[in-house]
Write a new protein. Structure first.
Lengths: 109, 109
DNA sequence: CTAATTAATAAGCAAACACTAATATGTCTG
DNA sequence: CAGACATATTAGTGTTTGCTTATTAATTAG
């Protein structure tokens, strides 16, 4: 069984376009500060901090405070719930299609 | 480049728990009517219809009207944007980790 | 033709959300 | 220490969202 809570947190976190963009930038930059993320994001530093909180709670990013800066990096295993969910339903589909094919072959071999 | 619009629609559609549950039921049942989906969903038929509209617009499900009933089925290629997005960032990560490993090996072979 | 059934849609509403501006907290620098 | 800097947090606000009830449209049954 896929854990419903984590998939929920991950999906919700990635559903918002600006928050997803923040996540993508964090992935591409190995490590990046809040200030850098704010620059060119189109929103306020406060907004970025709030998005980071969501991403952190979803397990998608981790923080590394250094002095007065905080570096964020992506957490690879954070996408696991989403990955599992997708694979599960993909497998489901594939099996059903296989069964369908088999049945059709049985009827008309 | 991953198409931003479709990934957005798919993520938004699957972000809501009840809508995601509707989708999962549609996947598991090969075909299912609105009435059956409503039964045991905890929400009204109107709500279900609205969720189906979102899923349809995201390309995740397709309808097959038959008499006064409407049968819904999942559309396998609907998850493709999500799948592509995931693979893209997964690959990104893997490459970066590979590079890191290589660099470490260079320093201390 | 009339009733009942099935699904889509519309209007209204409360809750959640994304954002801003302002403030608080902690850190470095002169 | 005082002021600049980097980030988190809070309060307030407009918009979106998920839901309900009621209605409409279409199809079938008696």
């Amino acid at each position: 069984m896929i854990e419903a809570d984590s998939i929920d947190a991950v999906m919700r976190a990635l559903a918002d376009p600006t928050r997803r963009a923040v996540f993508e930038r964090i992935v591409c930059a190995n490590e990046i500060t809040v200030g850098e993320l704010t620059k060119g994001s189109g929103v306020t530093q406060g907004a970025i901090s709030q998005h980071l909180k969501s991403l952190r709670q979803a397990g998608l990013v981790a923080e590394r405070p250094d002095g007065r800066k905080v570096y964020y990096r992506a957490q690879p295993q954070g996408l696991a719930p989403l990955f599992d969910w997708l694979t599960h339903y993909h497998a489901f589909w594939r099996d059903r299609l296989d069964n369908l094919r088999a049945t059709l072959k049985e009827i008309d071999p």
